[in-house]
Design a binder for this molecule. Sequence first.
Ligand code: GLN
Length: 472
Amino acid sequence: MSELIALSARAAAAAVAAGGLDPTELFEAYRARAAADTLNAFTWVAEQAPAPDGAARAPLGGVPLGVKDLFATKGVPSQAGSKILAGYRPPYTATVVERLATAGAPLLAKTNQDEFAMGSSNENSAFGAVLNPWDRARVPGGSSGGSAAAVAAGLAPWALGTDTGGSIRQPAALCGIVGLKPTYGAVSRYGMIAFASSLDQAGPLTRDVADCALLFAHMTGRDPCDATSLQHPEAIAVPTAERLDGKVIGVPEELTGEGVEPGVMAAFEAALARARELGARIERVALPHADHGLSAYYVLAPAEASSNLARFDGVRYGYRAEADDLLAMYTRTRHDGFGPEVKRRILIGTYALSSGYYDAYYGRAQRVRTTIARDFAAAFEAVDLIATPTSPGVAFRLGAKTGDPLAMYLNDYFTVPMSLAGIPAISIPCGLAEGLPVGLQLAGPAFSENAILDAAHALEGALAFDGSAVRS
Ligand code: GLN
């Protein structure tokens, strides 16, 4: 069995296609591991392997998939990490989960997450915190922490997450795996329980860059059920690049200096040195307004959340509090059903949108967003890709930041600007600091996923990060 688990998802799919591996046996091997999980990475695990049908012939070979709790999955709990949706089993499946199942990646388990994807540590889940497999006293990052921990620990071959301001990239970094936030619109949001609709994107969390490309290739595409989805202009290829000759990588001063832990900075600089050896040119680049990204994000995302979360009123979904009249039922349901961070965001967002304050907060934050997008567009005139550390620090101790929302929000400093600009960015593991993984973020212009995956693949080869120790 451990030999099966050692295979990358791509290698497993190839083995199934070649007839050397039984997809039911593969599913069962992962199912048993997921069912015995001690990291609290899952909110639901499949009871049995799907009936053997076309899996072996489909391109993803029947390699099972972990899916973040907030994706709607027909008949299977889909709770977005919230008490207010506890036990909710939707009548339909999210487009991206459906597409992947059709391509041969059946649902293995639903993964734990911060409530409504609000958080950077997975400690905001109504189903309890997830532990980091590198050190169980530490957080896996968030909000897709269950997906990241599961893939890192070999409890799932690959998984889906969502990223609104960093929720795929930051947990990938803290767990030593690969995570891609695609271009906004590249993947359908239909069936994703919404947090901030102008920012939310689904993406893969995988062991390596080739797996990431393979999964993404089957996720992307226009969906009539999501008006913001677009056909990707390029077919997504599994990357083979080993060199970076001719590539110009920009390092923004604004997104590298102050507040970064020394061990993270050292690993980041060592990764840049590897990039140079592979033939890349490293240049300074300016993103003059990136510093304001976090402030703008923490107005825009709560504003959209306050509107999206208005639908949870005890009438249509999930939890309903007992009360004598309708208004009391609404308020008690929301009082009991939402956790403290979700309530904080609803309050901030409602305030920012309220009459008289709209221009001062929401309107201004929207202008900052546009300015940041223009900064990136100008930067990409001069460089092919932009590199930053993914997160200012390595995985922190459970409880270390729960009492200080601002300290928690600072985790998103390097990931939020790309979300605001709608551009794709990947995190790959680039080394260890204090024995814990460090992530390197590579961002590119809209729809440059192939270029990002190629560069990430070349660097991955040179960096030779080994995460196998935590999969045992
Ligand atoms: N940590 C950020 C937040 O709490 C990002 C979350 C996300 O990307 N879903 O809003």
